[in-house]
Write a protein that binds this ligand. Structure first.
Ligand SMILES: *Cc1c(COP(=O)(O)O)cnc(C)c1O
Length: 427
């Protein structure tokens, strides 16, 4: 065994050498006091402000969600008891899938154990079911989509991020009747920009392609009922498959697709990543349903979040912190160097009791390393001013740049080429 260990030690060494070694913080979220958490390090524990959670609206501690979770766990137990094939579908999961189909105005929805699995299982199965299919993918797509497309075994084409001329060029080069799937996201979570969904739908129609959108960072948050950017812009009916997560704004766990009955039935019947794994526990399904139902009728969380995001951007600008342009709730702060990014994050935690994870390559292109800040409705104004003054101290102490580089100062970051290379290498 020891002889084999060497390979693993070398694998880890190379990550260290490239500044890509990931360290996970020991954090304990405090229900009822989000965004506060307890951070434990070297035997010491202290309370910190979390500024990078994907529990975007704080629904992970909402009383309606917690009571659905605990009541269902007490009534139905902790596990689904098996795959859906073996144990049937727990009733809370039946209800959840109806809720999701309604949320997106689709015939049906199908729930997976995570958003990652929903992308991987659905895209890989689409590529296998559609004869001689070509998968056309935005270069910034999430790792789960890249993985699904890779496993589809179909031909793959990558278009430059949100570049409609490039997408059209790829589509136009294909025979009209050859099956094509365009896979993209609505909100890109590292830069906070949004895809031109309507143009993509128009191109798909003109060139006879299917459309697959990842709305993971938008569901619960955009649209009058939380149906995402497709709902906000009245475009749900123009997209064939809408994919989302229950684990971010909805504050639970799991992923899903919503689509026509035939598509959902096919994925249900053919995707190994759906079939051969234990279903979500009923309590989690009930928690997700409670969250979705609440966010269908309540704008309070969305409105307050938007206000906090605006307040945070203003406070950071005023403090001389280089906020990257973002159209959404994501507030990326530019650092541009992996070691400096890690050092800034460490200092925030150690000196200021603020937790923000450094975002380095390969999650973002080299040279665009950043802190990705996600204000929620539960961050108070005092938390925001504490964040701004702490960042200012860290920027000053570490001598970080206050200005954005020229390539990032415009509305569309010109980092496409590097990202394209990363995507090609990863997939
Ligand atoms: C987080 C994420 C996923 C995966 O969702 P999980 O439910 O966390 O597995 C998929 N797509 C994008 C764009 C994501 O950021």
């Amino acid at each position: 065994m020891t002889a084999y260990n060497r390979f693993f030690e070398d694998a880890i060494k190379s990550l260290h050498a490239e500044n890509r070694y990931r360290v996970f913080a020991d954090l304990e979220r405090i229900a009822g006091r989000f965004p506060k958490a307890i951070h434990r390090d070297a035997g010491a524990a202290k309370e910190v402000d979390v500024w990078c959670s994907n529990d975007y609206l704080g629904m992970g501690q909402h009383p309606l969600v917690l009571s659905a979770l605990t009541q269902t766990a007490c009534a139905a137990g902790s596990t689904a008891g098996g795959t859906r094939n073996i144990s049937g579908t727990s009733h809370p999961l039946v209800v959840l899938e109806r809720e999701l189909a309604d949320l997106h105005g689709k015939d049906r929805a199908l729930v997976f154990t995570s958003g990652f699995v929903s992308n991987d299982a659905t895209l890989s199965t689409l590529g296998k079911l559609l004869p001689d299919c070509v998968m056309i993918s935005d270069e910034w797509n999430h790792a789960s989509m890249i993985e699904g497309i890779r496993r589809a075994g179909a031909e793959k084409k990558i278009f430059r991020h949100n570049d409609m001329a490039h997408l059209e060029e790829i589509l136009a080069a294909q025979p009209h009747d050859r099956p094509k799937v365009i896979a993209f996201e609505s909100v890109y979570s590292m830069d906070g920009d949004i895809a031109p969904i309507e143009t993509i739908a128009d191109l798909a129609e003109r060139y006879n392609a299917m459309t697959y959108i990842d709305e993971v960072h938008a569901v619960g948050m955009y649209g009058a009922r939380g149906g995402g950017i497709t709902e906000r812009d009245g475009l749900s009916h123009r997209i064939d498959i809408i994919e989302g997560t229950l684990a971010k704004a909805f504050g639970a766990l799991g992923g899903y697709i919503a689509a026509s009955a035939a598509i959902v039935d096919s994925i249900r019947s053919y995707a190994p990543g759906f079939i051969f794994t234990t279903a979500l526990p009923p309590a989690i399904a009930a928690a997700a349903t409670a969250s979705i139902r609440h966010l269908k009728v309540s704008d309070a969380e969305r409105d307050l979040q938007k206000a906090r995001v605006a307040e945070t951007k203003t406070a950071l600008d005023a403090a001389g912190i280089p906020v990257m342009p973002s159209e959404t709730h994501i507030v990326p702060v530019f650092v541009g160097d992996p070691e400096a990014c890690k050092a800034a994050s460490d200092r925030l935690l150690r000196t200021h009791s603020i937790y923000v994870q450094p975002i380095n390559y390969p999650t973002v292109p080299r040279g665009t390393e950043r802190l990705r800040i996600t204000p929620t409705p539960l961050h108070a104004s005092e938390d925001i001013s504490h964040l701004a003054s702490s960042l200012a101290e860290v920027w000053e102490t570490l001598g970080l740049a206050a200005a954005l580089p020229q390539t990032l100062a415009g509305p569309a970051p010109a980092v496409g080429v590097k990202r394209l290379a990363a995507h090609a290498a990863g997939g």
